[in-house]
Design a protein around this ligand. Structure first.
Ligand SMILES: Cc1cc2nc3c(=O)[nH]c(=O)nc-3n(C[C@H](O)[C@H](O)[C@H](O)COP(=O)(O)OP(=O)(O)OC[C@H]3O[C@@H](n4cnc5c(N)ncnc54)[C@H](O)[C@@H]3O)c2cc1C
Length: 382
């Protein structure tokens, strides 16, 4: 195999699919997505909790979310796909003065940027989600535009629409090298042969550092395991149960198949590709869940899984051309937010590749930031 493409995207998760679709929509030319797995969306995208929110601490993440939420809302019609964005809202609960102060400042920023969040008292939180133990809660924020979606459905939506526009998805095709002459890319090498191209997108999720390494670039995107546990159906979970994020404990939980999905980011987890389920990690999630929702005591555990975050030092994505090779673009490092930011990431990456002005300023996500100052800590909650 030695075919020529106008662009080769490495990675067939939701990010690679979204970038491919937005390029095809702009008639970019011959587009290939290479995916080493037998299936698309089978890596981090398949492990995702499905959370979609605009309540972030940094402006750039809020902007990524606002554009993405608009696109999620019209995705079914725009892409002729069966998807559901269940806008049950995200509720953040705050349990100390420091958190309240931080969120008060963020709340002002959200209002300025157009996030329709509300500030809630303890009583308002109790009436919104009666099963919550609110004894230690001081206040909270809630945005009804946030919610949950099925990452598989949205990935397939992008893939289907991209295919209809002529994008080739090459499965079981692992990229093993990128060739260049000077600062110009000439091809992507795979186990199935060479794909001639002058432009490459690194959308390899937790493997993004390896892809950058093909060109001798040290991209600080590392895989870190995160675990999730789900329960069997629970009679106290209503259709409108929102995503609840407990800022103090780091627990997050949302309704899932009649029960609950619960997760938490153990900040002590070492980086690495291990995805095995650690029973102690699962127990810690459940203990945090019980503290916030005592009725979980009777819950039957359905399943647990581990998956990889593709994390950067400042927990923000890396989007843009590498300094060393102007036609080698990164779109990765979403640090737990790659599903919810896929629509905006696909749009702005396609704009960059086409040499257009981006929909909004994405310079804070530039790969170049790692050689200088970094963004503030975003935190690792979903
Ligand atoms: C437990 C968990 C919960 C999460 N919850 C949320 C959430 O609620 N909301 C949210 O927005 N995000 C969440 N995320 C994060 C989200 O899942 C990821 O940010 C997102 O899926 C990243 O998509 P991607 O396409 O970049 O990566 P991936 O889905 O990992 O896709 C990358 C693809 O590249 C392929 N690849 C790698 N190397 C090569 C190679 N050499 N050649 C060819 N192909 C290659 C891989 O096989 C893979 O399919 C969660 C993640 C985890 C693990």
């Amino acid at each position: 195999m030695s075919e020529t493409y106008d662009i080769v995207i490495i990675g067939g998760g939701i990010i690679g699919a979204a970038v491919a679709y937005h390029l095809a929509k702009k008639n970019y030319g011959k587009i290939a997505v290479v995916e080493k797995d037998q299936y698309l969306g089978n890596c981090s995208t398949a492990k995702c909790a499905g959370g979609i929110r605009a309540q972030f601490s940094s402006e750039i993440n809020v902007r990524m979310s606002l554009l993405s939420e608009d696109k999620f809302e019209t995705f079914a019609q725009d892409m002729d796909a069966e998807v559901q964005f269940d806008q049950v809202g995200y509720l953040f609960v705050l349990t100390n003065d420091e958190q309240v102060k931080t969120f008060r400042a963020q709340f002002e920023m959200w209002k300025r940027l157009g996030v329709p969040a509300q500030w809630l008292s303890r009583d308002e939180i109790k009436s919104l989600v009666p099963v919550l133990n609110v004894d230690d809660i001081l206040a909270g924020t809630f945005s009804k535009k946030d919610g949950i979606g099925d990452p598989h459905q949205f990935t397939q939506g992008y893939v289907g629409a991209a295919r209809r526009l002529g994008v080739k998805f090459l499965l079981e095709t692992e990229a093993v090298g990128i060739a260049a002459t000077g600062d110009k890319i000439t091809s992507v090498k795979t186990y199935n042969g060479e794909l001639l191209t002058n432009t490459v997108v690194n959308a390899a999720g937790p493997y993004a550092r390896q892809i950058a390494g093909f060109l001798g670039i040290d991209l600080p995107v590392v895989p870190i395991k995160r675990q999730i546990v789900t329960t069997a159906p629970l009679d106290f979970i209503s259709e409108s149960f929102p995503m609840v994020v407990d800022i103090g404990s780091g627990l997050y939980t949302h309704k899932e198949s009649g029960g609950l999905l619960l997760g938490w980011a153990d900040k002590n987890t070492p980086e690495g590709f291990d995805e095995s389920v650690d029973p102690e990690y699962t127990d810690t999630i459940l203990m945090k869940g019980l503290d916030r929702i005592p009725q979980l005591e009777t819950a039957e555990i359905k399943t647990a899984w581990g998956g990889l975050y593709e994390s950067t030092p400042d927990h923000h994505a890396v989007i843009g051309p590498s300094g060393e090779y102007p036609r080698f673009f990164h779109c990765t490092g979403f640090s737990g937010h790659g599903f919810m930011h896929a629509p905006a990431a696909g749009i702005v990456t396609a704009e960059l590749i086409c040499g257009e002005k981006t929909s909004f300023d994405i310079s804070p996500l530039s790969p170049h930031r790692f050689v200088g100052a970094v963004l503030g800590e975003e935190g690792t909650v979903i």
